[in-house]
Ligand binder design. Structure first.
Ligand code: GDP
Ligand code: MG
Length: 317
């Protein structure tokens, strides 16, 4: 692995990215997405840390659901609202969705096209090819999110899929939403896959009509009471009724998101991601070695990665 940037060049890219410049940030992300990014990551995250960018105040929000539920359209509406209502904040969207294409200043949904001012420094879009056919996290998503956390207050991650994929994204998110359409087959499918247990909150999008909205809310809240074994009269997770068409509920949804505090302990997230990496590289053998390790004093993900690699190599000898 060659180090692709001189130290001062890296410092400059970081400072430009921090000011909202899109090209330098895209360049840093592209480097992170290379399979051999280890040395770069090590240098980058050390540099960020020492420059005071630790991402502690950033909130990561997962938007998952079946294709066509309106995730991209919703994120477009949210972006527009965000620019008006949160003048002192910055947000990023990472779409890990084969059908969400992001180019220039526009977020392209399935058939929707949202154009935002290209020079708007408070918003950043990025699409990542999905590893699996139907959504799922790319192996580099975690590192990209770590980087974005240093510069943005809110990071939205859009993923597609039913089942395991929602669980994957919820591990990186401080707040995870399941986006559904009213009275669709989604609920039954989600119930079967056990996914209703995972999200922190629900969005029923395409509630273009009041009656439909009311009926769907009732069905979903009853289902949740039943599935989550909520005592009668007990509280169910938040459900948002939205329509991109009529703009219903978008502002409430954004207010809820803006009120969210970064909740998750980043350390346990790091350990989860480390285990995921070890499992993909070394399988169950790797995991069994990992379990025996004392990892307490390591700092960055890269420190841990190196340490784990050495330990596993020792076992192979
Ligand atoms: N009627 C209606 N259509 C919507 C709404 N939200 C999205 N759509 C449409 O649903 C389709 C899929 O939207 P998209 O955002 O690409 O869904 P995604 O696959 O979940 O990202 C597009 O044709 C949108 O215009 C809504 O609230 N009401
Ligand atoms: Mg989409």
């Amino acid at each position: 692995m060659t180090v692709r940037f001189a130290a001062n060049e890296l410092k400059e890219l970081i400072s430009e990215a921090a000011q909202g410049e899109k090209y330098p940030l895209a360049k840093l992300i592209s480097e992170l997405e290379r399979p051999d990014s280890f040395e770069f990551r090590k240098v980058l995250f050390k540099e960020l840390e020492s420059s005071g960018f630790n991402g502690d105040r950033s909130v990561t929000i997962g938007f998952t659901g079946t294709p066509g539920a309106g995730k991209s359209s919703l994120l477009g509406e949210i972006s527009t609202n965000f620019l008006q209502t949160a003048p002192d904040k910055k947000m990023a969207v990472v779409a890990i969705d084969p059908s969400s294409h992001v180019s220039g200043g526009s977020l392209l949904g399935d058939r929707t096209r949202l154009s935002l001012p290209v020079r708007e420094k408070r918003i950043f879009f990025r699409s990542q090819p999905s590893q699996l056919e139907l959504g799922g996290l790319n192996p580099y998503t975690y590192h990209v999110i770590r980087l974005l956390r240093c510069f943005f207050d809110l990071i939205f991650v859009e993923t597609v899929g039913i089942g395991q994929n929602e669980i994957e994204v919820s591990k990186l998110a401080d707040l995870s939403f399941l986006v559904m359409v009213p009275l669709g087959g989604d609920q039954i499918q989600f119930m079967k896959s056990g996914i209703m247990e995972v999200p922190d909150a629900f969005i029923l999008n395409k509630c273009d009509e009041e009656n439909l909205a009311r009926a769907s809310y009732h069905t979903l809240s009853t289902t949740l009471e039943f599935l989550r074994d909520i005592v009668p009269g007990g509280s169910i997770p938040p459900i948002f009724l939205t329509s991109v068409k009529t703009k219903k509920g978008i502002r409430e949804l954004l207010d809820f998101i803006l009120a969210q505090k970064p909740a998750k302990h980043r350390k346990s997230e790091l350990l989860l991601q480390l285990a995921k990496w070890v499992k993909s590289e070394f399988g169950n053998f790797g995991l069994s070695v990992l379990k025996e390790m004392n990892l307490s004093e390591k700092q960055t993900f890269e420190d841990w990665e190196l340490f784990v690699l050495k330990e596993i190599q020792k076992k192979f000898k």
